[in-house]
Write a protein that binds this ligand. Structure first.
Ligand code: SAM
Length: 240
């Protein structure tokens, strides 16, 4: 069974967008995942097809209506039983590689994309919806965040990346940032590829990569480093 992605949005024309090319596009054409972009406005009931209204209590902008979104969500969930429902929002839990991997192993995702100031709180109180953020900054809508989430999931689906690259080694999979990469030419602007990478000694190469990954994580992401079990200024292997 392929991964079923359903996106609820005011801009279905944004999908598949970048997910229609390269790895994800090929996988979509091969049926490794499916995409349904649902127009939220189709569930509006008034003659203006309104999906939003002014914020209760005053203030700038508009708020997406709970009743319209619930109709869209319920109809979608009924067609996709057991598929988790997420909404992209800056106040959600930060998206992690662990959550992405977990989603990719499941039946798919129903993703609600916010616009305007956000969504009437009563929708979250009345329905089971996981709130997910892709970072501490504000986008103009949830569509780009949904594309990001889907891209991260799709590349992990069986057969999408190919046998050569399992993704197991990548940043966050090991709890660390990744070690540096090099390729030919051997010398560029007076800089050479580290000797160890040309040694053919796989054990030495693995040890070097581990040390580099530890060093870069300690330097750039002390939060990850501590979670990995390192203490500030010192790597778990005592390398630096
Ligand atoms: N008023 C909201 C706030 O201060 O948190 C921001 C609303 S934003 C302009 C409109 C929509 O973009 C949100 O409802 C959400 O769906 C999406 N969005 C914006 N930033 C996001 C982020 N960092 N992660 C996930 N979704 C985001």
């Amino acid at each position: 069974m392929s991964f079923a992605a359903t996106v609820l949005t005011l801009y279905p024309e944004m999908f598949p967008g970048p997910l229609g090319i390269s790895l994800a596009g090929r996988a979509l054409a091969e049926g490794k995942w499916s995409l349904d972009a649902v127009q939220i406005r189709d569930f509006a009931t008034d003659k203006h097809r309104s999906v939003d209204d002014t914020p209760a209590g005053g203030g700038a902008g508009m708020v997406m209506r709970a009743d319209v979104l619930a109709s869209a969500l319920d109809a979608t969930a009924a067609r996709n039983p057991g598929v988790p429902v997420l909404t992209m929002t800056p106040r959600g839990s930060p998206l992690t590689q662990a959550r992405v991997r977990n989603l990719a192993q499941g039946p798919g995702a129903i993703i609600l994309c916010g616009r305007f100031e956000g969504i009437d709180q009563r929708l979250f109180d009345a329905r089971r919806i996981e709130e997910v953020s892709i970072g501490d900054y504000i986008l103009s809508g949830g569509e780009m965040a949904a594309l990001t989430l889907l891209d991260a999931c799709i590349r992990l689906l069986p057969g999408v990346m190919g046998a050569a690259s399992s993704g197991d080694d990548e940043s966050f999979e090991t709890g660390l940032l990744e070690y540096p990469h090099y390729t030919r030419p051997q010398e560029w602007e007076g800089r050479t590829i580290p000797e160890v990478l040309r040694s053919g000694d796989h054990a030495r190469i693995a040890a070097w990569r581990k040390r580099e990954a530890e060093a870069i994580t300690r330097l750039r992401r002390p939060d990850l480093w501590e979670r990995h079990g390192g203490t500030p200024g010192r790597s778990p292997s005592g390398a630096r």
